[in-house]
Design a protein around this ligand. Structure first.
Ligand SMILES: [Cu+2]
Length: 243
């Protein structure tokens, strides 16, 4: 027994001695950047919400957040929810393994903006104590209009690339945006306007940017052989009003 115990100790000891520190890996190729508002930041807009419409949305004493979620700019001009995509031939997004959830809470869609790899399941939930109405305005998928009772949910599948707006007929300030993409190289800017896209090989890429009220822009990203790339800065401004 003693011999066996000694052998086990030696085996364990030798395992520790052979445990070399892992070799540092090269940084994963990454495209990073920031999307900034060009000009003086517009003040956040409040959408109309009558007391009658907002009834039951929030606990007593709290008021509904009817801030327009479509244009969110931070105090350093970073723009949230800009869709950033890179298309690579023959590389297509695979549907999400788990359902993508959009909740309705205190009469606000959460999140406002969601990337949906084509073919993924999207579940709309109603966590409120009032009825909502998931009104889907799609261009390249089926549109629909479903009343959703408190505590219920409904599943949708969107197969085609699209930019789908979702509203609620009971609460006209509510809006959600589903961005159905067929590329795995897609990101939404965070609240400070920053984004990152991983998994690309070294090379030169066209980067497309799209925002629901500010429109489109394009940039070029170059990933060097060592996987690094210079961070991009892209500016968007209010679309010029037509006369
Ligand atoms: Cu609603």
């Amino acid at each position: 027994m003693k011999l066996i115990a000694l052998a086990l100790c030696l085996a364990a000891g030798s395992a520790v001695i052979d445990d070399k520190p892992p070799t540092p890996k090269a940084p994963a190729p990454l495209v990073t950047g920031k999307v900034l508002f060009d000009g003086k930041r517009p003040e956040p807009t409040k959408l109309p919400a009558t007391p009658e419409q907002a009834k039951g949305c929030c606990p007593e004493g709290q008021s509904v957040d009817a801030t327009d979620p479509r244009l969110v700019i931070d105090d350093k001009n970073g723009i949230a929810n800009v869709l950033v995509t890179i298309q690579v031939d023959a590389v297509k997004a695979v549907p999400s393994k788990t359902a993508i959830v959009v909740d309705q809470k205190s009469c606000v869609f959460e999140p406002h903006c969601t990337i949906v790899p084509a073919g993924s399941k999207v579940v709309f939930k109603n966590s409120d104590t009032v009825n909502h109405n998931v009104h889907i305005y799609a261009r390249r998928n089926d549109s629909s209009n479903d009343t959703m009772a408190p505590g219920t949910q409904k599943e949708y599948v969107f197969e085609n690339t699209d930019k789908i707006t979702v509203g609620c007929d009971y609460h006209p300030w509510m809006s959600s945006l589903l961005l159905v993409v067929d590329t795995p190289y897609a990101a939404l800017t965070k609240s400070d306007g920053s984004f990152k896209i991983e998994g690309l090989k070294p090379g030169t890429y066209k980067v497309k940017l799209w925002h629901e009220t500010l429109g489109r822009a394009e940039a070029e990203a170059v990933i060097q052989a060592d996987g690094t790339s210079a961070p991009l800065t892209v500016k968007l401004s209010e679309p010029k009003k037509k006369d």
